[in-house]
Ligand binder design. Structure first.
Ligand SMILES: [Zn+2]
Length: 627
């Protein structure tokens, strides 16, 4: 560590760092009354903004997850760095040259982060200078062939890495950078050669316009590096799962238009912006992943289904369809606001602009369709819908996708649309197949499917375990889930009150996957030894379950947890399950012709009578706490 930060400098950094500006680089904030600003919390998943910033007091606080603090703690948390590094980050933003002192008061070198940022800034300048010089001719010819002139090159900060292989390193060492700093910045290799040689480069910046790294394209046939595209390796400032090319240019427009367009490459981002699609970004050297989607959602500023639009320009080909399916199966808040724009000619935005002009690029984005429609239609297209067996096979193939939707409002919409595309005027058959799919899947598989897919495998650091897939965070204020949460609240505090085999509760009584998972944990550790909470936490290391257990343990309970109180809650939950079964059976009865199948009809009718009786008994038990 470089020693203590000079007190005076620290005070200056605090003074000059406007918390609303710093937070706004990561979260779109809107005025929320009382002099505060609101946005979606970057530290927990949520649909409605409960994250507040109060500029006058210099504080931030989230009413959803309880996190809060000052501008330095915000930077620590969002960048996952220590205090000193957070101060360096802020000092860099507001232009304060930090002085460090050890115990004796002697000045030592500033921290690495700032040096790496500075090296990247100078490298970007060096590369743009070379693009315009005589050595940069091949780079300029490449850009010219893609329809980009000098103004465009300047606007996007494009550069050229000379072919000699040592020029950048020598240039930066002359400016006082050490070999180690340049290696850590990802600009020079361990063997002393420049990381990028003889390539066209795009600077990859954060929303605050600091250069974090570069993307580079091969232009010479004899390039020693085989990959067409090469990116800065992971450094302390460049994390490929967390950066989007074009974000510095698109950021303000994304918030203003409540829209983001995701394209494949650097030249596509340029073509889009030049054509007026100024919300375009691209992931760099990796597939678009969950981190990227979270980054964009925070900038869109709302998780509302009707709120923001994220438009992917996938290819219509198999790879594009697979990519769309991956997004669809990922974060559902995200997929609900996701659209797909497919260019029938198969041209990417860059080629489209060259061959058909800028209006064609705007039209491509204008032709977007909802992601689920794109995914469903691709599935249906594999079947012959003119034949009865073809339609049935198509329905079987599409039903699992619909059954994976958790949002009930979307669920109904998808069922109706699927029926329409199948040419079936009655959505009940689709609904039946979707329900059957859900029940066919064993509980464990269902739970797995409800989880987010793991991050792209190569995002894991060597030697560290892969990031665990996470359960969705239930909204504690969701009234429909109050009986589920209330029961778990008691189970977490006083499991011994749930006698008679949990009063008949089963995992299926919990409709939210995370609540269901916690109940399964409770059942699994019931016979173990040691403190109850520790047992629950040890049984499942999922961070969402962990924080749920802790919240439930501290949430207020209305009454002393007694056996009678526990029985009432369990009964409430069972009433809900039985009510769902009754509704299902009734709809089945309505679709059964009593004259055609007398036995089946009578059997279902008897079942219904029994269920109604069960419900009546349970309602009598559940009259305690208000629902
Ligand atoms: Zn939060």
């Amino acid at each position: 560590m470089a020693g203590l930060i000079n007190e005076e400098d620290l005070a200056t950094v605090r003074e000059r760092s406007r918390i609303e500006d710093v937070v706004a680089s990561f979260v779109t904030l809107r005025r929320a009354g009382g002099g505060s600003l609101a946005g979606l919390c970057p530290f927990h998943d949520e649909k409605t903004p409960s994250f507040r910033v109060t500029p006058a007091r210099g504080f931030w606080h989230c009413f959803g997850c309880g996190e809060g603090g000052d501008v330095i703690s915000f930077v620590q948390k969002i960048n996952n760095v220590g205090f000193a590094e957070a101060v360096e980050y802020l000092a860099d933003r507001v232009g304060v040259q930090l002085r460090f002192s050890d115990a004796g008061g002697a000045r030592v070198e500033p921290g690495l982060r700032m040096r790496v940022l500075e090296a990247n800034r100078l490298a970007a300048e060096f590369y743009t200078g070379h693009l315009l010089s005589a050595t940069g001719l091949p780079g300029r010819q490449f850009l010219d062939g893609r329809g980009f002139d000098k103004t465009a090159a300047e606007q996007f900060g494009i550069g050229f890495a000379p072919t000699g292989g040592r020029e950048l390193g020598q240039h930066l060492k002359a400016q006082g950078f050490s070999d180690e700093e340049l290696v850590r910045a990802g600009l020079v290799r361990e063997n002393g050669w420049d990381f990028f040689q003889g390539r066209v480069l795009w600077p990859i910046r954060d929303a605050g316009r600091s250069v974090l790294g570069f993307g580079a394209r091969r232009i010479f046939d004899d390039d020693r590096m085989p990959a067409k595209y090469l990116n800065t390796p992971e450094t302390i400032i460049y994390k490929k799962s967390n950066v989007l090319y074009g974000l510095d240019l698109a950021r303000g427009n994304i918030a203003k238009k409540n829209q983001a367009v995701i394209v494949e490459g650097y030249t596509d981002v340029m073509a889009c912006h030049l054509a007026g699609v100024d919300t375009a970004v691209a992931s760099c050297g990796t597939a678009f992943g969950d981190e990227h989607s979270r980054l964009l959602q925070r900038l869109l500023g709302t998780g509302d289904v009707s709120g923001g639009e994220v438009i992917f320009t996938f290819d219509g080909d198999a790879a594009g369809q697979a990519a769309a399916l991956k997004v669809f199966k990922g974060d559902q808040n995200f997929s609900a606001q996701t659209y797909v724009a497919v260019e029938p000619s198969g041209l990417d935005p860059c080629d489209l602009r060259i061959q058909q002009g800028e209006a064609a690029v705007r039209e491509l984005v204008g032709r977007r369709v909802p992601l689920y429609q794109f995914v469903m239609r691709n599935i249906l297209a594999e079947h012959d819908l003119d034949r009865v067996d073809g339609r049935l096979a198509a329905l079987r193939a599409a039903a699992p996708l619909v059954s994976s939707i958790r949002d009930k409002s979307l669920f109904e919409r998808y069922i109706r649309e699927l029926a329409k595309w199948l040419g079936d005027p009655d959505p009940n058959e689709v609904r039946r197949e979707v329900n059957a799919t859900m029940h066919r899947r064993p509980a464990e598989q269902r739970r797995q499917a409800d989880r987010r897919p793991p991050e792209v495998a190569d995002a894991a650091l060597p030697g560290l375990p892969e990031p665990a897939p996470s359960l969705p965070v239930p909204d504690p204020r969701d009234r429909r889930l109050e009986a589920e949460r209330g029961t778990l609240r008691l189970l977490v505090r006083a499991p011994e009150k749930f006698v008679d085999d949990w009063f008949g509760l089963v995992p299926g009584d919990f409709t939210h996957p995370t609540y269901r998972a916690l109940f399964e944990v409770v059942q699994g550790v019931a016979d173990g030894a040691g403190p109850w909470t520790q047992r629950m936490l040890a049984a499942n290391p999922d961070p969402v379950l962990e924080s749920l257990v802790i919240s439930l343990a501290v949430e207020p309970v209305l009454r002393e947890p007694t056996e009678a109180y526990a029985r009432e809650y369990a009964a409430q939950l069972r009433v809900q399950t039985v009510s769902r079964q009754i509704a299902e059976l009734k709809s089945k009865l309505q679709r059964t012709n009593p004259l055609a199948d007398q036995t089946a009809y009578n059997r279902m009718f008897a079942q219904l009578v029994n269920l109604e009786k069960d419900r009546k008994d349970l309602v009598a038990l559940a009259t305690g706490p208000a629902l």
